[in-house]
Write a protein that binds this ligand. Sequence first.
Ligand code: GUN
Length: 302
Amino acid sequence: MDSTGTIMTARILDGNLMASTISQELRERIAKLRGQGIVPGLAVVLVGEDPASMQYVKMKGKNSQDLGMVARTLMMPESFSQAELIELIAELNADPRIHGILVQMPLPKHIDPQTVISKIDPKKDVDGLHPMNVGRMLSGEAGGFLPCTPHGVQVLLARNGIQTEGKHVVICGRSNIVGKPMAALMMQKQKDANATVTVCHSATKDLASYTRQADILIAAMGVAHFIKPDMVKEGAVVVDVGVSRIDDATAPRGYRLVGDVDFDKVKEKASAITPNPGGVGPMTRVILMSNTVLAAERSIAK
Ligand code: GUN
């Protein structure tokens, strides 16, 4: 509601639209690489049969193909061992046709994610999860790769003209893939960052007292429709990273995927909001494509 009592509806931060704009820019860089005899190649490795992960991996492969890149989608059985996965990564590290490697998370319980990630050549770690790239990101050093989801959020905000400098960014969630790097990116003394950052998590007491202070609220807990309007400041920008499955007998698969934000209600209070699906997801994938193109460009840079 504004000061006159009129119900406002938030501007939609359309991730699909933004991703297609960025894809167009990538096509030009890919064409230039082709002229130099290089086709960017991305290998995506999945271990196990988690249906959501299978879907994500297929979409990443499709995005790569649509851009005219080489896509290798490697779907390994649940029984695939950590040693076999490390061996596969070594092969991909050595393969000159592959410029980017992503190992889809979560991995089955018998595989330690940090051990596996640390085996990826940092120059091919387009997921930005290798300790070398995490360190570069944290110290604000160029030359690494920024993790896809947090950087996708940063780009979505920046290209929609949403200033972060001096703003209070409140992040709910502290995962290695989203929450922690999101905080690291937003706190940098750099363009499209320079925010005051608060990170909330499962041990935070009175979470709403923090979320209500947010100029920009980033929800990344993976709890369906957790963020309600009373947890959001009037006019805040709300970014929904979460994906959860909820039962829905009317949906073709018997379930549907929903975000962490109660979108229909929160959009009446926010000034801008990401839809979910169609917000952060396409941005994550286009940054993965962008990092792969960057890896290919760096592979021939003198
Ligand atoms: N699972 C969900 N998001 C991601 C991501 O950005 N990278 C990887 N490797 N796995 C994920």
